[in-house]
Design a protein around this ligand. Structure first.
Ligand code: BGC
Length: 510
């Protein structure tokens, strides 16, 4: 990808500062010729976004689109699958939810794989698995083969959901890391939107095979995008490949003297023990492990996917009578708002910081969920009393939009950012995998039990329960989650051994 954009004449990424042909960070000057400095005529180092960094952004976005498309598409495909294979409810549930279980296993496997084989090859393997799964799904002669395809796809998504953000977090300069990982979330929301749109376009004519098969396209693009790129400098250092590490750093920040950063990475690497599962659960890393796990769980327990999966049903209960009005409300109020509000995080996460976004977002989510609950309970919203033009229908719509928007600029992107930056380098792959698998597990729990919960404690009770988890998130972030904005990964790692520094980082938003 990056090499194809190489024109030596300056490009969209700040032509004034590209430094001309033959500069070390230029994709056309790929290793081994690229060196750490640009020679005697070089301009003083300036910070700019290199083309390689843009290509890394593309990689993480394609991985996010895979994730999101997969989350969003199945609801529209189920009807056609049911008709064609005459499957019962149980098999239908399996077809829906086993992707999440496959992803959970994939996420766990990805940790060790990313540490041993590298982030880059792990992403390539994920994309290959995903493509194979999508093709099996699209051509499945029966329900059982379809389930096999779903598992394969889930496995691929799970592996990619660990390796891609990890890769981006390790390649991005500290000042851009939050933004880079937030791109992942942005792409997830775009994937969901595209899936809703595909469902809407393909719903007639039983074209579920196309809906599922299309997801092979971003997977193939992902392989093409990542092949010309280097692996992460942190991984190279861990493997003892110091020249490759320097080259990777230089490529993402051309013209910048990377010696200091490389020395910091090497220094820390020399002090670290060999990464192992025992080390992941060692007491000195208990704090970051608990923070990552809890954030991963809370992100799901605040009910985001209940809204993503069951938006049509929620809008129906709030008085949107026709399927067309429901799917339109879902497409725009959920799908599009999710995308647009994520831009806020991409733009501000490295300026405002992680804590303020999480704190404001969890308040917005909690309050809007309480309002949705009130609409269902106190005002007795039902299909007969409400309507898309009624007060209850309108208030529910506004509250859901607020909920989605609040999630999209906070818990959505920031949780993934934090999970990928709080762990020490030697166990990062495995620790990210544990937190990501926890996220998939919690997603599965919500998807599986949302409707039963509604039967048990009503819609209002369910939304208030989710609101309770928003309150828990607020308190947890306020008391325990340190600010990591602007810190290098090495600085974040050193934080965990310094209680005073943690205290400062927790109070730094005030
Ligand atoms: C969550 C997904 C969710 C998506 C919605 C992600 O951060 O992990 O489970 O579907 O956001 O935008």
């Amino acid at each position: 990808m990056a090499t194809t954009t190489d024109d030596h004449t300056g490009g969209p990424d700040d032509p004034d500062q590209t430094g001309g042909p033959g500069q070390p960070g230029d994709p056309g000057m790929a290793a081994p010729t690229a060196g750490p400095t640009a020679g005697p005529m070089a301009e003083p180092p300036r910070r700019r976004t290199g083309r390689y960094l843009v290509a890394v952004g593309l990689v993480i976005m394609l991985a996010g689109v895979l994730f999101g498309y997969d989350q969003g598409v199945i609801s529209g495909a189920l009807d056609g699958i049911q008709k064609q294979f005459s499957v019962g409810t149980f098999l239908l549930e399996v077809i829906t939810s086993w992707v999440t279980l496959g992803a959970m296993v994939g996420a766990l496997v990805a940790g060790g794989l990313a540490d041993r084989k590298g982030r880059r090859w792990t992403i390539v393997s994920a994309a290959v698995l995903f493509t194979a799964g999508a093709l099996v799904e699209a051509t499945a002669p029966g329900a059982i083969v379809l389930v096999v395809g779903r598992l394969l796809v889930g496995f691929g998504v799970g592996v990619a959901s660990v390796a891609a953000p990890l890769y981006a977090a390790e390649l991005a300069p500290g000042r851009l890391r939050g933004r880079m990982v937030s791109l992942y979330q942005l792409a997830i929301t775009m994937g969901i939107f595209v899936a809703y749109f595909a469902d809407y376009l393909l719903i007639n004519g039983n074209r579920w095979r196309v809906m599922l098969g299309i997801s092979a396209v971003p997977a193939v693009l992902l392989v093409l995008a990542i092949l010309p790129l280097p692996d992460s400098p942190r991984w190279y250092v861990k493997m003892g490949r110091h020249d490759a590490a320097r080259d990777a750093l230089q490529k993402v920040e051309p013209g910048v003297d990377v010696d200091g950063e490389l020395a910091a990475i090497e220094d820390l690497n020399a002090k670290e023990e060999e990464g192992s599962w025992k080390e992941v659960f060692a007491s000195k890393w208990r704090r970051p492990l608990a923070i990552g796990l809890l954030l991963a769980f809370l992100q799901q327990l605040t009910g985001i996917n209940a809204v993503i999966y069951y938006a049509d049903k929620i809008f129906a209960a709030a008085g949107f009578h026709t399927p067309a009005s429901q799917s339109l409300a879902t497409l725009w109020a959920v799908g599009a708002v999710n995308v647009v509000a994520t831009f806020v995080a991409v733009a501000w996460v490295d300026r405002f910081g992680r804590r303020p976004l999480l704190l404001i977002g969890s308040v917005g989510m909690g309050v809007s969920l309480i309002v949705v609950g009130v609409m269902f309970e106190v005002l007795g919203t039902s299909t007969s009393s409400g309507g898309s033009g009624s007060v209850t229908g309108t208030v529910t719509l506004i509250a859901l939009v607020t909920f989605i928007a609040s999630f999209a600029f906070s818990l959505g992107p920031v949780v993934w950012t934090l999970i990928n930056e709080i762990y020490p380098s030697h166990i990062r792959g495995r620790a990210v995998a544990v937190a990501t698998a926890a996220n998939w597990f919690a997603a599965w729990l919500v998807a599986q039990f949302f409707l039963s919960l509604v039967n048990l404690i009503t819609e209002a009770g369910t939304f208030w329960l989710f609101a309770g988890f928003c309150a828990a998130t607020y308190v947890f972030v306020l008391r325990f989650v340190p600010e990591t904005k602007g810190k290098s990964l090495e600085e974040v790692e050193l934080l965990w051994g310094d209680k005073e520094a943690i205290r400062r980082a927790i109070g730094s938003h005030r």
